[in-house]
Design a protein around this ligand. Sequence first.
Ligand SMILES: NC(=O)c1ccc[n+]([C@@H]2O[C@H](COP(=O)([O-])OP(=O)(O)OC[C@H]3O[C@@H](n4cnc5c(N)ncnc54)[C@H](OP(=O)(O)O)[C@@H]3O)[C@@H](O)[C@H]2O)c1
Length: 280
Amino acid sequence: MTAQLLDGRTLAANLRRELRTHARTFAAEHGRAAYLALLAVGDDQNALLFGQQVIKVCQALGVAYSLTRFAADVSEAAIRAQVAHAGNDPATDGVVVLLPLPGGVRQRVVTEVLAPAKDVDGLGPRNAGNLMLGFPSFVPGTAEAVMTLLGQTGITLRGKHAVIVGRSNVGGKPVALQLLRHDATITVCHSHTPNLAEITRTADILVVSVGRPGALTGAMVRPGAVVLDAGINPTAQGIVGDVDFASVREVAGWLTPVPGGLGPLTHLMVIRHTLLGPTP
Ligand SMILES: NC(=O)c1ccc[n+]([C@@H]2O[C@H](COP(=O)([O-])OP(=O)(O)OC[C@H]3O[C@@H](n4cnc5c(N)ncnc54)[C@H](OP(=O)(O)O)[C@@H]3O)[C@@H](O)[C@H]2O)c1
């Protein structure tokens, strides 16, 4: 079997067209463009790359934005003050703190002061709690992208076994909660999971968010499974995912390429949220 590829680029192009219309409607209704505030602490390349991708889309769609940068050794109090200020500004519609933060800056301390209604990347405790409770919430982009691409396969999620490898707050956990909400049976694996391959081979749907190239190989996949690769790993050969593409492609039924799978959709989600509000 050779897997069908789940094409995130085409979906992203369609979503961008939709969002352009929403940006115009927003501007007409509010008398100003929607405004997204990005905050970066330090110079982590992944955080800054994500920020640049969001900014490019803002520019293309007519969404106003700012990028506030702090040095890596800034005090948590200074970041908190800026996050709180941006969240309380009535002319700001969304605030994103770019991750990962430098070692000395605690994500909880920074995001707990962000107004939940402006927390468009779903990083703060209120939105994460609402997601867990099944209430409307801003859902982190990777989980939204996973659900959007799964929708493309036409498969019914109800009753399927979904295995999520990785339990980060922006990756595995929200993906698991979204799949649970759609009546999949979920298993979440992490670095202390013994016999990982035995578990992944039972999955109808496999989502991998580990941050290590080759973390999932073809021998770990049940024939016909849907495999979604959240990994974004810079290598000398360019960006690669967490999935060993060549071997998994021969076994899976559906597979996201990297690049061109989840990635192009993820950064669009914060703009969708800024324009349209939380996911019901
Ligand atoms: N597509 C996107 O838009 C997007 C968004 C965010 C991140 N990413 C990418 O996704 C990847 C993961 O990032 P992340 O932030 O979700 O994760 P992360 O915070 O780096 O955590 C990695 C997760 O993988 C687990 N893990 C590590 N080694 C493992 C192993 N050998 N077997 C099973 N589980 C293992 C860890 O387990 P423990 O919890 O036990 O340590 C942890 O839960 C990165 O490449 C990142 O760049 C992509």
